[in-house]
Design a protein around this ligand. Structure first.
Ligand code: GCB
Length: 685
């Protein structure tokens, strides 16, 4: 264990500003963008301590000079690209390298151009060098990071520039998500040095460079950030904005808020201000309005004095004018009750794993529209900006979740985890704060919130999130018992997962309605907050039939859904404000650690945590609780057959019968709860 950790911990040196600049790179009249997708050179560091790459400084010379390399696509997870099982489950450092020629005109007036290298996401820890010089390191997958590489590339204009990225997928109890490295030392069973990585989340820990790597330029004085919030006052749409500029203190700004068609509807000059739009076209969710996802465009122009020169920068952010409010029983968008009828997803597909893939993105949005889904949760980590852009444009409402998943052990709630969790929320909000589609932050999924330290932990994370973004509600998704959830007092909306007749009372469809009703009543009576059924579902192996319905058959999945729907139909008239099926599509899981144990062990954990409430026993508590998951794990280790099959679509995006049931339901809900014109009603997609 020490070996890997040592390598992992020795490396991070910079710890400077985490993450990327807040503005997603775009081609603008003042900025150029070059994508570095395609095949990169690649090598996994298979040395025992996984540290040869650092010891031998592989970044100093072209990678092929220090050993064999293979071609590896970027963006993509590396795991499923080759036939090598040891690469599929590889833990440790992998090395990527690409040489790139930057356009000549970037160097013509070198000191007026800033060149930035940006990685959309790399899982989990990344260190980046350009021409052998370390430029940035970043902790955490699923979020972008960048480095100003101007001085390095300008030192040798015209020469190819060599980008080396080392990525490590080792998880620790303090990473998000957490994990542990377990050394198996019984030499009669395992070779010397044998270890596995254990996680308590239910998806495969795909790794590599998952999102586009780009180099882009800005002028030397540039628009660093634009923050936009919106409000409504009678028939006036109010767009509050704040622009931050780096590189000059002598500058002027000119802002134009344009309609989609280009007409300017409001203008501004100050760095902080308010733009007013009379009778604005509001941003509405898909199926709530005939023109969903309406976007204005806020164009910001900067003229800055830099020494004797003038630097000009232009950046445009899409703006959706909308409001979000939560009452004790409703979720209001633009003052109207919104009912989430949607899905939970994963970034997951054959071959590319979690790598960004435009074909898959387009297919998934078409399926969401076909289904009549108006929303999804980014279970269990932030999704690609490319996906979020389409949510803004199509009016798909998003609960934006951070990678706080698999936090099942007491050591996941200490100060080290907390400090990192706060940084991750900062990075996520910095990236997604201007998105109208994002209506709520989720700070975690199914943490062990029945453990006493969860109280202070979630109080702090949620307060921090609200302090950075006071405009959106905050939640986390719970599977704890309502009476013992230490985080629930701090959320705005209760999000609860349950799998009645699956992990509990397996096979007993007849108990679902009673148990679900009790679940809702208990939570509502305790908290008087609106509730989302944030997960429910059942595995169905595509093509497997059984009547009467038996578990894993397509018929059983349909039957579970129908039982849930009967109760949801009663409760949505009271305080239930949404239902998100688990899951949109089948997805890959780990073979070794079985994380469904979180659910299986939840009741045992609850029992333990109530024992821990007794004075005198509390000192035993961590040990007792720590003992539970491992017992549950080994007892219930094999319930995934080539992944989780709770998708209503297969992994290849073919519908199972449950998809048709849900489609019927979602369109019915949409027709009931909105004022769609007849041309848009029911299936007319
Ligand atoms: C859950 C988890 C999700 C799992 C799902 C399941 O509660 O949030 O990550 O995949 O259950 O299928 O067990």
């Amino acid at each position: 264990m020490a070996a890997l950790r040592l390598t992992f911990l020795l490396l991070p040196l910079l710890r400077g500003r985490a993450g990327a600049g807040p503005l997603c790179p775009r081609d603008t009249p003042s900025r150029d963008l070059k994508e570095l997708g395609g095949l990169w050179r690649f090598r996994a560091d298979t040395s025992e301590r996984r540290d040869s790459g650092f010891a031998q400084r592989w970044y100093r010379r072209p990678l092929e000079q220090s050993g064999p390399v293979i071609d590896m696509p970027v963006p993509a997870s590396f795991n499923d690209i080759t036939q090598d099982p040891s690469l599929r489950r590889f833990i440790g450092w992998v090395w990527y390298e690409k040489e790139v020629l930057l356009p000549k005109h970037w160097f013509q007036d070198a000191f007026k151009t800033r060149v930035v290298l940006r990685v959309g996401s790399a899982h989990y820890y990344a260190v980046v060098w350009v021409n052998g010089v370390q430029v940035v390191e970043h902790e955490g997958g699923h979020l972008p990071f960048e480095a100003d590489i101007s001085t390095i590339v300008q030192a040798s204009p015209g020469d190819p520039c060599r980008i080396t990225i080392a990525v490590n997928n080792t998880l620790s109890p303090y990473t998000l998500p957490p994990g542990t490295i377990q050394y198996l030392k019984d030499e009669s069973k395992y070779p010397k040095g044998y270890f596995v990585q254990n996680t308590k989340f239910d998806f495969f820990n795909y790794a590599g460079i998952h999102r586009p790597v780009v180099v882009y330029t800005t002028p030397i004085a540039y628009i660093d950030d634009i923050t936009v919030t919106t409000a409504l006052s009678g028939n006036i749409g109010v767009v509050r904005y704040e622009v931050s500029v780096i590189g000059s203190s002598q500058y002027s700004l000119s802002l134009n808020l344009r309609e989609k068609e280009g007409k300017v509807v409001a203008t501004g000059q100050a760095a902080v201000g308010e733009l007013k739009v009379v009778d604005p076209k509001l941003w509405w969710p898909y199926l709530m309005h005939e023109n969903p996802g309406y976007l204005y465009y806020l164009e910001v122009r900067l003229s800055a004095q830099v020494d004797e020169d003038l630097a000009e920068d232009v950046y445009t952010v899409p703006v959706g004018i909308r409001t979000v409010h939560v009452t004790s029983s409703q979720f209001l968008i633009n003052g109207k009750p919104f009912y989430f009828h949607g899905v939970n997803k994963h970034e997951d597909a054959d071959i590319r794993g979690k790598g960004l893939d435009w074909s898959l993105i387009a297919k998934d949005f078409n399926l969401l529209k076909w289904l009549g889904a108006n929303s999804f949760r980014t279970s269990h980590y932030p999704y690609a900006e490319e996906i979020m852009d389409l949510c803004d444009a199509y009016g798909i409402v998003v609960i934006d979740e951070c990678p706080g998943v698999g936090m099942r052990d007491i050591e996941n709630f200490g100060n080290q985890s907390l400090a990192h969790h706060l940084v991750v929320m900062e990075e996520l909000i910095r990236r997604d704060k201007n998105r109208p589609s994002v209506v709520m932050w989720s700070v975690a999924n199914e943490p062990a919130s029945e453990l006493p330290p969860a109280a202070n932990y979630f109080k702090t994370v949620i307060a921090h999130t609200k302090a950075i973004d006071p405009t959106r509600p905050v939640t986390f998704v719970s599977n704890a018992n309502y009476a013992h959830d230490h985080g629930a007092p701090y959320v705005d909306v209760i999000c609860v997962n349950s799998y009645f007749s699956w992990y509990h009372d397996s096979g007993h469809l007849e108990v679902i309605q009673l148990q679900l009703n009790t679940q809702f009543e208990n939570w509502y009576e305790t908290y008087h907050k609106p509730i989302i059924q944030s997960e429910y579902g059942a595995d169905a192996v595509s093509g497997l039939h059984s009547d009467p319905p038996l578990m894993f058959s397509e018929e059983y999945q349909v039957a579970v859904l129908k039982q849930y729907h009967a109760v949801l139909d009663r409760k949505r008239k009271e305080y239930v404000i949404g239902e998100l099926i688990w899951n949109f599509a089948d997805f890959m899981t780990d073979q070794e650690s079985l994380t469904a144990l979180n659910i299986l062990s939840a009741e045992i954990q609850l029992c333990m945590s109530s024992i821990c409430d007794y004075p005198g026993l509390s000192s035993l508590c961590p040990a007792l609780i720590a003992a539970v998951p491992s017992t549950a794990r080994w007892n219930n280790a094999v319930t995934r057959v080539l992944g989780n099959k709770k998708g209503i679509f297969t992994r290849q995006r073919q519908p199972k019968p449950a998809a048709f049931v849900l489609r019927e339901r979602y369109w019915k809900l949409a027709n009931e709860s909105s004022c769609l014109p007849p041309t848009m009603q029911y299936y007319n997609v």
